[in-house]
Design a protein around this ligand. Structure first.
Ligand code: G6P
Ligand code: MN
Length: 445
């Protein structure tokens, strides 16, 4: 394969998902060659601990790539072709508050859904706007591939602030992860599954799973299987308990609404109360992920630093997040027109005619040198429309609350959010609490 090599910056490179992303990049290096890789994070200490592992890995597997580690944004964006964006504003510390504070009121605590997602969205919007402005100053044509959460809210905000910038793409790896899990059950290669899907981010449904070799829609077969088999992620052995419970709730949702296959994240909206009751307010996903993924990755990085070699150290691979990021960029860079589940604005109501024009919908679509081409889905049925319109109104009010520093809109947003259940007394309590905790990050008047 003879493909031109590219310059990529990873924004938020201090994430402990980065070493596995590096593994994906080196695995795909023939398909997506790298001239230069910039690892950028405003928190230098987070990069420092991973630097030796990353440097040794790149020297071993991709010595032709120039490597830059930096905490200077002016150095991070000059002349880049791609920005892979995975910043976490407020870090894991704030993720912990997002997950724990709503629980005080018996409301589900989650980093992207409900009040936790609201707080995280309010923290992320302005730094993301700043980043886009900076990137456009230094690299007007770069592709900005955003994985920063809550993608629904961040993506919607960017679509409002930069309405003509069609090189910003908001992506989520959850559908990818689910498709990989379907493929294992159906015993096919995940890349032979051509899905159809509709919804908003972390709020959608699979409607078809075409086998691109035979044309069969495999969804009916999968639905049959899931009637009496627990839905497990493809890598169940490596998953923490909370993720296994999450996948299992897909079975439960389908026992009520068997028509389509729901995204795992819908569990928080349907079963929020019981999830909140079963949660341990002293040990949420933030702690679980720290004790699991963070520890595993940081131990490996520390070992690499101590021995200054990769002896007895495995190459970490990003089976979901990392591979998807590279495949997405590859499809754009080399005009492959591969199908992914992607987000895009419902402009002209072309994708879902009975949803608002400004909704950031998520459907199947192709990625090519011209960017995202979302497949028109058609009208959604009343039940789904009701759910989605409510969710879109919540997302839109959240974005406006942030951009206008508007307390009233924030209160309206949270009152609409289904996990709160429509009671403004609860919404106000949670909002005031989150506002205090997030006072270094966001402000409402
Ligand atoms: C899925 C979602 C992402 C989210 C991640 C959290 O992949 O699509 O949006 O960031 O899960 O995973 P974690 O292991 O950090 O809880
Ligand atoms: Mn996601």
């Amino acid at each position: 394969m003879n493909r031109r090599s590219l310059t990529v910056t990873i924004v938020g490179a201090g994430s402990t998902r980065t070493p596995a992303l590096i593994g994906s990049l080196v695995n795909y290096k023939e398909r997506f060659p790298l001239k230069k890789l910039i690892l950028f994070d405003i928190d230098k200490s987070r990069i420092d601990v991973q630097e030796d592992y990353i440097r040794l890995t790149m020297e071993k597997y991709s010595p032709e790539t120039e490597l830059v580690f930096t905490d200077n944004e002016d150095e991070a964006y000059i002349g880049i072709d791609y920005a892979f964006v995975q910043m976490r504003v407020g870090g894991f510390e704030m993720r912990g508050y997002d997950e724990k504070n709503p629980l005080k009121y018996g409301i589900v605590g989650q980093e992207t859904c409900g009040p936790g997602g609201f707080a995280y969205g309010m923290r992320s919007i302005k730094p993301m706007i700043h980043m886009v402005e900076k990137i456009r100053q230094y690299a007007p044509d770069a592709w900005i591939l955003n994985y920063t959460n809550p993608a629904a809210i961040v993506g919607l905000a960017l679509s409002k602030v930069f309405p003509h910038d069609d090189r910003i793409l908001n992506m989520c790896d959850q559908p990818y992860s689910m498709i990989k899990s379907f493929a294992k059950i159906l015993d096919v290669d995940m890349h032979d599954i051509e899905p159809r899907y509709f919804g908003l981010n972390h709020f959608g449904w699979f409607t078809r799973l075409y086998n691109s070799k035979t044309g069969e829609d495999m969804l009916p077969r999968l639905k049959n299987y899931l009637v009496d088999h627990e839905f497990k992620p493809f890598n169940a052995e490596q998953r923490d308990q909370s993720w296994l419970d999450t996948y299992k709730n897909v079975n439960k949702m389908m026992s009520f609404f068997p028509e389509y296959l729901p995204n795992t994240y819908l569990q928080y909206y349907f079963f929020g109360d019981e999830i909140a009751k079963a949660s341990n307010p002293n040990y949420t996903r933030a702690e679980e992920a720290k004790a699991g993924r963070e520890k595993q990755v940081l131990d490996i990085c520390r070992k690499a630093t101590e021995q200054q070699s990769l002896d007895d150290i495995p190459l970490l691979i990003g089976e979901v997040h990392g591979n998807m990021m590279v495949e997405v960029a590859e499809s754009i860079a080399f005009d492959l027109k591969k199908v992914f589940i992607i987000m895009g604005v419902n402009k002209g109501r072309k994708i879902i005619p009975n949803m608002p024009e400004d909704a950031l919908v998520e459907v199947a679509g192709e990625l090519s040198k011209d960017g995202a081409k979302l497949y028109p889905y058609g009208e959604v049925k009343t039940f789904y429309k009701g759910l989605m319109e409510n969710q879109h109104a919540y997302e839109k009010l959240t974005v406006e609350a942030c951009l206008e520093s508007n307390y009233q809109k924030a209160l309206e947003a949270l009152t609409l959010n289904r996990v709160i259940g429509g009671n403004p007394v609860d919404a106000k309590k949670v909002l005031d609490d989150l506002m205090e905790i997030n006072k270094d990050f966001w402000y409402l008047k």
